[in-house]
Each structure stands twice: as C-alpha cells, then as structure tokens.
Design a protein around this ligand. Structure first.
Ligand code: SAM
Length: 269
C-alpha cells in the first residue's frame, strides 16, 4: 500500500479527520480520535459491521457476476435480448470505457469498482496512476482484488465504503469512473454531491447506468426483479434528465443503448 501518498488522499468518512496506518497495515487509525478501521485482506473496511440490502444482494452474486456479464451463455443472451434489447453488455461497456484516456498518471477513482472485470485491462495502461476502487460489497471487492492481481495490478487501493460518504479529501481526484452505479445507489443526489466533492475542478467524470422510460420490458424487469432484490434502487433517472441530475457538471458527450445511458462530464468551478 502506498501509505505516504494515501494519507494525503484519504480521510475518515465520519469525522473528515486524517488517517494513519499502523506499522503492519492491519488497522487505520483516525487522527485526534479513538476511532479505527480494520484492513481486511488488504481492503480498508470503512463500513465495518454495517449490513444493508444492497451490499448483501451484490455479495450473493459476486462469484457469478463476471460470467453473467462478460461471458453470457446462450440462455442469458436470449433473456438479455428480451429484457434489455442487447444480448451482450460488452459492446456497450467497451464504448463507455473508450471514453477513458489512453494514458493517465493522476488519481483515478472507480466507484463502484465491482469485480474489476471490465476495467482491469484498461488500468494496466496506467502504471503510474494511483487507482482507488470503492464498493459497498466486500465480496465484489475481493473478486476485484483477484482480477487486478491476475493482471499484475498490485497497487490498486481497494476500499469498502459508501459512495454517499466517500473516505476521500476534497478535490483530490482527477478522473472518476462510475460504471453501472447510479441505478444501484440509494441516495443518488448525495452520491453525485460526494463524487463532485472529491473530484478536482475541471476533473472528468465518466458514468453510465440504467434509465427508466426508454424500454417498457426493461422497466418492468427492474421494477419486479431488480428492485425487490436490491440490485436497482429507485427513483430512477430518465434519459433526458441525466445531465440536469449531475449538478455542477458540464456534460460534454452523452449517448445511450436502449435503457443504458452514458456520458462524459467535467466538474465546473
Ligand atoms: C452493477 S454493479 C457495477 C460494478 C462495476 N462498476 C461494473 O460495471 O461491472 C453495482 C455495484 O455498486 C455497488 N454499490 C451499490 N451501492 C453502493 C454504494 N452506496 N456505495 C458503493 N458501492 C455501491 C454494488 O456493491 C455493486 O458492486
């Protein structure tokens, strides 16, 4: 772990105080308080002991997530085509990822990082960058650590934390990727405000997610399957609202494939 640099970037999500690592990297202490956070398998757990429906839902599917999304079998492709109008998520995700720069050596925040299945190959292009992956699900984070390590990315900093309360200082991040997150986030306006808080002025946000109102069967599926299980959480954006929901950002390009919308935006002054 790059402790020296990290202590300049991170902060306690509850108090905003500075953090200090113990000598064995097992515990993170909060400056000027008795609080501390455990480091579990190299992942700092800022939500220790918390249990919520969303992280439990994703914990349960973490082992199957990569196969479902990156190598869907024929029955899944058929279901995907019926429900989403696209048999395979990969082409749409590749388009979103093509918004990322070819070279990058600043601070990148990936929230929610998920299992890293789509982003890991891209991050291998950024050997000098500081990459921070945040997610609420420890099982998804563990999968991402395996994935990053397989690709030789040993320095990605993984944090179990809530997007609504990011453990990062103000204006420290240069680039934020938020893939397939906004439909899962329970408090979207708070998540957007937090993303904006940690991003530097003129920093870039690349985001994508489900929007309601473009495909009836997708909306029906989300309402009857996604929401009760905790994978999707209302209220949902509609396609035309997306730029206005991201207050304090200027959207510079935007597109959608069926019910999945994506954009690139710059943080305004
Ligand atoms: C559909 S997955 C997307 C993962 C990855 N970005 C991708 O595209 O494969 C949604 C992720 O959001 C995470 N998540 C949901 N609510 C969150 C929150 N409040 N804070 C951080 N992560 C959250 C879930 O644990 C899950 O891993």
């Amino acid at each position: 772990m790059q402790n020296m640099e990290l202590t300049e970037i991170l902060r306690c999500p509850r108090t905003g105080n500075k953090l200090r690592f113990d000598d064995c990297d097992k515990i993170v202490h909060v400056a000027d308080s008795d609080m501390e956070y455990p480091v579990v398998d190299g992942i700092i757990d800022f939500c220790h002991g918390a249990s919520d429906k969303v992280s439990r839902a994703y914990d349960k599917v973490a082992d199957r997530y990569d196969t479902l999304l990156s190598k869907p079998k024929v029955p899944h492709r058929i279901i995907n085509t019926l429900v989403w109008g696209i048999g395979d998520d990969r082409p749409y995700i590749e388009t979103v990822l093509s918004y990322l720069p070819n070279q990058f050596d600043g601070i990148l925040l990936d929230v929610p990082v998920g299992t890293g299945i789509f982003t890991s190959p891209i991050y291998t292009r950024y050997p000098k960058a500081t990459i921070i992956g945040i997610d609420l699900s420890m099982s998804m984070l563990r999968k991402s650590r395996e994935c990053f390590e397989r690709d030789g990315l040993r320095k990605v900093v993984l944090l179990k934390a809530d997007v609504n309360n990011l453990p990062l200082r103000n204006d420290v991040v240069d680039l934020i990727l938020s893939m397939n997150g906004w439909h899962a986030f329970t408090d979207k306006q708070r998540a957007i405000a937090e993303i904006r808080r940690v991003l530097c002025t003129q920093g870039t946000l690349i985001a994508c997610g489900y929007v309601k109102g473009t495909r009836k069967i997708s909306d029906w599926f989300v309402k009857h399957f996604g929401v009760p299980r905790g994978f999707f959480n209302p209220p949902f954006f509609e396609l035309d609202d997306v730029p206005s929901q991201f207050k304090g950002f200027t959207v510079i390009r935007q597109a959608n494939v069926q019910s999945m919308a994506y954009f690139e935006a710059i943080k305004e002054e």
